[in-house]
Design a protein around this ligand. Structure first.
Ligand code: ATP
Length: 296
C-alpha cells in the first residue's frame, strides 16, 4: 500500500546548520499524524519538504508515492496550509473561494460556502481585514475544500479560540473518516493532538526522537516510581526516555515491549502529553547518569 509520507535519510541544511537530519519515516495512509517538538526542532522544515516548498539537502521524500509537487496532479492531491496561514489581503473571501474552484479539480464548493457561513464570516469581507483567527479559518477552509488526499497543516489551530479549535479539530476528524483523508499537523498543543491524532512524530534537535501509532506508544511507555535506582540497574529491554531523582526516589519514563516485573516500582500509564514531554527532555542519558551521581 502506498504511504502517505515516506522519507529516507532525509536532511535539510541551512548554511552550516542542520534543520532536519537522518529522517527516515514511513507513515501509512489514513492516519491523523501529530508532529510535535520544541521551537526550532525542524517541524516546519519537514512539512515544507513534504509540501515541495523546500528541496532536501540529503536523502529523499515521497508523498502519496510521488515526489512532492511533482506536477499538477500531485499538487491537487496534497493540501498545504502554512504556519502564517497566507491569504491574498486584497481579495474578498468569496474571491478566495472562486480562485479555489478555478485552481482545484476536486473543489467542494458547497462545503466551502457552508463552512464560511457557519463561521459567521461575510463572503464580501476582504481577507486583509480579517482577524488572525479568521484568516486561519479561511486558509483552513481552502485546504479542506480542495478535497486533498493528504492535508498538511503547520500549527493550524494556534490562533483559534478554544471553541473554534475544538470545532475545527472535530471537522477534521469527520473529514478523515468521510473522505479518507490523511492529515499531518504540527502543534504545540499536545492536549489537542491527544484528541485527534492516532500517529505521533516527536522531533527534537532536528532528529526524529520517536514515531509510531499513539496506541502502541502509550502501551509501551511507562512511568516507574520507586526507591532511588541507578539507570544501569534497569533490565536491558527497558530503554530510559527520561529520569528524575530525589535523595530517596527515582522516577523513570521507560519504553519497553515487555512487562514491568520488579515489585519495587509503582507503574503508571502516561498521557500523550507526558510521553511527548519525556521525549523532549533533551539531556542525554550520560548527563542524566552524571546528574544521579552528583546527587548521591
Ligand atoms: N530559511 C531559513 N534559513 C536559515 N535557517 C532556517 C530557515 N528556516 C528555518 N531555519 C532554522 O532551521 C531550524 C528548524 O526550523 P523550523 O522552522 O523547521 O522549526 P520548527 O520546529 O517548525 O519551530 P517552531 O516550533 O518554532 O515553529 C531552526 O534552527 C531555524 O532557525
Amino acid at each position: 500500500m502506498t504511504s502517505a509520507l515516506e522519507a529516507q535519510a532525509l536532511g535539510k541544511r541551512y548554511g552550516k546548520r542542520w534543520a532536519l537530519r537522518d529522517c527516515t519515516i514511513d507513515i501509512p495512509k489514513g492516519h491523523v499524524v501529530g508532529l510535535v517538538g520544541p521551537n526550532g526542532a525542524g517541524k516546519t522544515t519537514l512539512l515544507k519538504l513534504a509540501g515541495g516548498q523546500l528541496e532536501p539537502t540529503t536523502g529523499r521524500i515521497t508523498v502519496l508515492g510521488e515526489r512532492p509537487a511533482a506536477g499538477p496532479e500531485q499538487l491537487a492531491r496534497v493540501g498545504f496550509v502554512a504556519q502564517n496561514t497566507p491569504v491574498y489581503t486584497g481579495l474578498s473571501i468569496a474571491d478566495h473561494l472562486r480562485l479555489g474552484a478555478r485552481l482545484n479539480p476536486r473543489w467542494d464548493d458547497t462545503m466551502a460556502r457552508e463552512r464560511i457561513a457557519s463561521l459567521d464570516l461575510d463572503p464580501a469581507q476582504r481577507a486583509g481585514k480579517l482577524s488572525g483567527g479568521q484568516r486561519a479559518q479561511l486558509a483552513l477552509t481552502l485546504g479542506l475544500a480542495k478535497r486533498p488526499e493528504l492535508l498538511i497543516l503547520d500549527e493550524p489551530v494556534a490562533s483559534l479560540d478554544p471553541l473554534a479549535r475544538r470545532e475545527f479539530l472535530q471537522g477534521l476528524m469527520e473529514a478523515t473518516v468521510e473522505h479518507e483523508l490523511s492529515v499531518v499537523l504540527s502543534s504545540h498543543l499536545v492536549s489537542d493532538l491527544e484528541r485527534i491524532c492516532d500517529y505521533l512524530i516527536v522531533l527534537v534537535d532536528s532528529r526524529v526522537q520517536v514515531i509510531g501509532e499513539t496506541d502502541e506508544l502509550l502501551a509501551t511507555h511507562h512511568r516507574l516510581t520507586g526507591p532511588r535506582r541507578d539507570p544501569g540497574t534497569l533490565p536491558a529491554g527497558q530503554h530510559v526516555v527520561s529520569a528524575r531523582h530525589t535523595d530517596r526516589q527515582s522516577t523513570y519514563v521507560v519504553r519497553t515491549d515487555g512487562p514491568i516485573l520488579d515489585p519495587a516500582w509503582t507503574v503508571t500509564r502516561l498521557s500523550l502529553e507526558d510521553l511527548v514531554l519525556a521525549h523532549m527532555d533533551k539531556r542525554p542519558a550520560r548527563a542524566r547518569r552524571a546528574d544521579l551521581e552528583v546527587q548521591r
